[in-house]
Design a protein around this ligand. Structure first.
Ligand code: TH1
Length: 837
């Protein structure tokens, strides 16, 4: 390839290639150039928004050069690539991350200061890229950061939603959803109008017999939509590797609109086709851990999967290798079952379009895919109705049936006569209408299936997928415990703590190898170090207190214990138990004499998180939190002994401010329901302790930091089934403390009791599925233990430092290396042997 370009031309091009900014001056001149030319503004009307835009464009120009070189390097090296398919990428802001990863933030800070701006203010101008709901989408974003930082040849594939997760406003204590139109100015994406794929829907299947007497099927689509690629550069930390995130946007296939219709006066219908096509990538479904089975969602899934596979296959074909080498060149990871149709689509490409035999094709497919399961909640396991698939993707349905047929034949061969087993593991559920079980399809079509924390991986092996362990053997099922990127979640979110750690561990190496944090334990008794540590936490709390004041009007005391629960609102995550606990605390304080009261610990109970727009119970929880806050925060008896605040519109950028300011955070899901959780890791990494159940990654955090440094409570996952069963036996008694809480709510102490009656009856009258009552007293006791521990400030700081020093395991770098070795069989690319440099 290189030789095809004559030497003089190559020299002319490379002469003009530049990496990072040479110095502050070079940076400033690029900023000024972008302000004056790209933005057509001047010194006199350059506000913070314009300064942000120009800074972002200046860094973007640098990133794209490294991006280009990375792509060339990966192509020349001919190495295996990883493709991470995710319907969600919760990226947050990009500028700070880009400046830090290319290690030029100090230079930018000085340059912007000379131009009259504070870098912190400039960074704040950026709109979050919020193409995700919560943990699953943020995990994908952390993985992209680690893949690039570790120099893996990897691409992310997703959808370019015009509207990301909605913006949450709290009005009169209720959640109101506002659309998140985020694309007005997005310097981080590059439209590739030359990279487009035609995607078919509907239509019918034509079957013919060829010369060999084999049936040949061809799908004739009834409708075509165009997928247009938009590329987002992903810079690794302290490495030239800049990987690519490719997001697909939908467009009408027939250009703009139907001119014939337009000219004959049918104005509306002439644009209808165009609008229908653009609807596909218009909006992110705002459900976390819930499957609603909507046709448009299925369309999104196929659209994205088909465009991505076309792209991947095209890239493979350029290598001119035989098909059997496909899995040596390509690893595709399915982030939950959302991209499972990729399995069917690749099989279709190989048999219908490339003419391979079924078995040869299937072998390639299975060796290519890996599937990550993120939940055991039954309402979140995807199923698609057969009539829906049959109408939208008729050929795919046939292939699914064939996959199932061959699979069930092997089951029948290995477990003869076990018809219950056949029915239980069938990809097709024999219901009315029939349903396709996407998780089963993903298992059958992948060579590895993993859960995201040890307990969760054990649960999938022994409960929802136990039959598949019998069929395929235990080796197909594995665990990769989730992780987080220390670049964003320590270095970027908590710069002062990052610098303090750097000063004690010998520089910023811990950002590449997080296990280096263990060196901190040597300084556990160092007075100055501990003082600085405490000062940083306090400063972070002051910053959050200011934000709370500015956004809610509530004054909170930064010396109080900050108790934080921020995550999507869901019954299984049990924010209702938290607010019941706060009410209980309030009632106890009220019952005390003023003297007694003054001996109590001060608390700020902080909540944040979005409820899915159709999730009634979650919305009641938000309303209850706000209603309790309105009473407690204005009670003169209470003062700053207790404050209850709900922070509006929790998102990645807010998390970067909230996480470093917490003393204790709550990870209190019913045991066995939270697959992993990842914010638990973020809080501990930032010097906060956690109160939690024996669930998800809490268990592994406990193993690392030790029992002494975490507040665990509640029943274990083994006990859950029996407890649920007992609730229906008639003699179900609600915890007396909780009864007291319910009484006060029902007396109208927090507003109209009708507004909260469903929250109460779920516990008292409808079987308490999430075990709120069963865990309540141990939860309250555990909070008392937190108060006691916090009284001893020195002891508390020791716990925090010890915990941070033991968090190395939870880097997403460790996680990605495990995937690379155990599932993908890919290796990092040596960036020093760069032929093109
Ligand atoms: C989350 C899990 O609830 C969480 O425990 C885990 O840490 C995270 O994934 C990353 O592994 C999930 N998010 C979703 C979102 C949808 C469907 C299922 C899950 S599981 C839309």
């Amino acid at each position: 390839v290189e030789a095809s370009i004559p030497e003089p031309q190559r020299a002319a091009w490379t002469k003009h290639q530049v990496g990072g900014f040479k110095d502050k001056d070079a940076f400033e001149s690029e900023v000024v150039r972008h302000v004056e030319t790209t933005l057509a503004r001047s010194l006199y009307n350059c506000d913070e928004t314009a300064a942000y835009s120009a800074t972002a464009l200046a860094f973007r120009d640098r990133l794209i050069l490294e991006w280009n070189r990375t792509q060339q390097r990966q192509t020349f090296s001919d190495s295996k690539r990883v493709y991470y398919l995710s319907l969600e990428f919760l990226m947050g802001r990009a500028l700070d991350n880009a400046m830090l990863n290319v290690e030029q933030k100090d230079l930018a800070k000085d340059g912007l200061a000379e131009l009259g701006f504070r870098v912190e203010d400039v960074i704040q101008q950026e709109h979050d890229a919020a193409l995700g709901n919560g943990g699953l989408g943020r995990l994908a974003a952390c993985f992209l950061d680690s893949l690039a930082s570790l120099n893996y040849p990897a691409w992310g594939y997703g959808l370019r939603y015009r509207y990301g997760i909605f913006k949450q406003e709290i009005i009169d204590g209720y959640q109101v959803e506002v659309p998140d139109y985020w694309l007005d100015f997005n310097p981080w994406e590059f439209p590739r109008h030359d990279v487009t794929v035609d995607i078919q829907f509907y239509g019918k299947v034509l079957t013919e017999t060829n010369d060999k007497g084999n049936a040949i099927s061809q799908w004739e689509g009834g409708e075509t939509v165009k997928a247009v690629a938009y590329d987002v550069p992903i810079p690794g930390y302290a490495t030239p590797t800049t990987n690519n995130l490719r997001l697909w946007s939908s467009k009408a296939a027939s250009g703009e609109f139907d001119f014939q219709k337009f000219n004959s006066g049918e104005y509306e219908s002439s644009v209808a086709d165009q609008q229908r096509a653009e609807t596909i990538s218009a909006v992110l479904y705002p459900n976390d851990n819930l499957d609603r089975g909507k046709e448009l969602r299925l369309k999104q899934q196929y659209f994205w999967v088909a465009a991505s596979l076309y792209d991947i296959v095209r890239r493979f074909k350029k290598t001119r290798r035989p098909w059997r080498e496909f899995p040596d060149q390509v690893a595709i990871q399915l982030n939950d079952t959302h991209p499972t149709l990729a399995i069917v689509e690749l099989q279709r490409i190989l048999i219908d379009l490339e003419g391979l035999e079924w078995d040869e094709a299937w072998n390639i497919v299975v060796n290519t895919f890996g599937y990550t399961n993120h939940t055991v909640l039954p309402e979140a396991l995807e199923k698609w109705s057969v009539p829906l698939i049959e109408n939208l993707l008729p050929r795919h349905l046939q292939i699914i049936y064939d996959i199932n047929l061959y699979f069930l034949q092997t089951v029948e061969r290995d477990f003869p006569g076990d018809s219950d087993l056949l029915r239980d593991v069938s990809i097709v559920e024999e219901s009315e209408p029939k349903m396709i079980r996407m998780a089963y399809l993903a298992i059958v079509g992948s060579h590895k299936v993993n859960g995201v924390a040890e307990l969760h991986s054990e649960l999938i092996r022994t409960t929802i997928f136990k039959d598949f362990v019998r069929i395929f053997g235990p080796d197909k099922f594995t665990n990769v415990t989730n992780g987080i990127t220390p670049r964003r979640w320590l270095h970027q979110a908590n710069p002062r703590l990052s610098e303090l750690i750097a000063s004690k561990t010998g520089g910023h190496g811990f950002l590449k190898d997080l296990t280096a944090l263990n060196k901190l334990e040597l300084y556990i008794d160092d007075k100055d170090f501990r003082k600085e540590w405490a000062e940083i936490k306090y400063a972070n709390k002051v910053r959050l207190a200011k934000h709370i004041k500015a956004t809610t009007g509530v004054t909170v005391n930064p010396a109080a214990l900050f108790d934080v629960q921020v995550k999507r609102i869901h019954e299984y995550k049990r924010q209702q138990m938290n607010i019941f606990g706060a009410i209980h605390r309030y009632l106890e304080l009220k019952a005390m004499s003023p003297e007694q009261r003054q001996k109590q610990m001060r608390r700020v109970s902080i909540f944040g998180g979005k409820a899915a727009p159709g999730y009634w119970m979650a919305k009641q929880i938000i309303h209850l939190i706000n209603s309790v806050g309105a009473v407690v925060n204005n009670d003169k008896d209470i003062g700053d002994l207790l404050k209850v605040v709900f922070l509006e519109d929790y998102n990645v950028s807010k998390a970067e401010m909230i996480v470093p300011a917490s003393d204790i955070s709550e990870h209190i899901s019913t045991a066995g329901t939270e697959a992993s959780g990842t914010s638990n890791m973020k809080f501990v990494l930032n010097g906060g302790l956690i109160i939690g159940t024996c669930d998800g990654a809490n268990i592994e955090i406990t193993r690392e930091v030790s029992q002494d440094n975490i507040f665990l409570f509640g029943h274990l996952s083994e006990e859950v089934d029996d407890l649920r069963y007992a609730h229906h036996s008639g003699d179900h008694v609600v915890d007396p403390k909780l009864v007291g809480v319910f009484e006060e709510i029902e007396n109208g102490r927090f507003g109209n009791p009708k507004d909260f009656s469903d929250l109460i009856s779920a516990v008292r009258d409808h079987g308490d599925y999430y075990l709120v009552s069963d865990d309540f007293s141990s939860y309250v006791d555990s909070h008392a233990a937190v108060d006691e521990a916090y009284r001893d400030q020195e002891g508390w700081i020791t716990k925090c430092i010890t915990s941070v020093s033991r968090m190395g395991f939870f880097s997403s770098d460790r996680c990605i290396n495990e995937y690379a070795e155990g599932i993908w069989n890919v290796e990092p690319l040596d960036t020093t042997k760069d032929k093109t440099a």
